[in-house]
Design a binder for this molecule. Structure first.
Ligand SMILES: [Zn+2]
Length: 123
């Protein structure tokens, strides 16, 4: 039910933002979901739609963009996709490893969270 709690937050933010901006109808929203969250895009979409029923955002178009994980190595400063080695137990959930120097001292630059990027509404 991880998707449900994230979706509740998203739905609440959509409605709060619409209210603050005196929106009368929400047309579409754009969400960015990081690969690292392992959230199911289909489930998030389903729950957000359900939670917005009966509100001014009912029937709004829900667009979701998946953001791939990108890292920056603190050792050699390499930036890009992390190195995935399933056999070593380094998978899509991390810990992430630099593909160049194989250091684990990497910072996740992108792909970590879930963000409400855009709301289109009628005012
Ligand atoms: Zn490195």
């Amino acid at each position: 039910m991880h998707e449900f709690s994230i979706s509740s937050e998203i739905a609440k933010t959509v409605l709060d933002t619409a209210e603050e901006n005196k929106g009368i109808r929400v047309l579409s929203i754009l969400l960015e979901i990081g690969e690292m969250t392992l959230l199911s895009v289909e489930q998030v979409k389903f729950w957000v739609q359900e939670l917005l029923k009966g509100s001014i955002a009912e029937g709004a178009e829900i667009n979701i963009k998946t953001i791939r994980v990108r890292i920056q190595c603190e050792f050699c400063q390499h930036q890009g996709r992390p190195f995935f080695d399933q056999q070593e137990g380094v998978g899509h959930l991390g810990p992430y490893c630099c593909p160049k120097c194989k250091s684990f001292q990497v910072k996740v630059k992108k792909g970590g969270g879930c963000t409400l990027r855009q709301i289109r509404m009628v005012r």
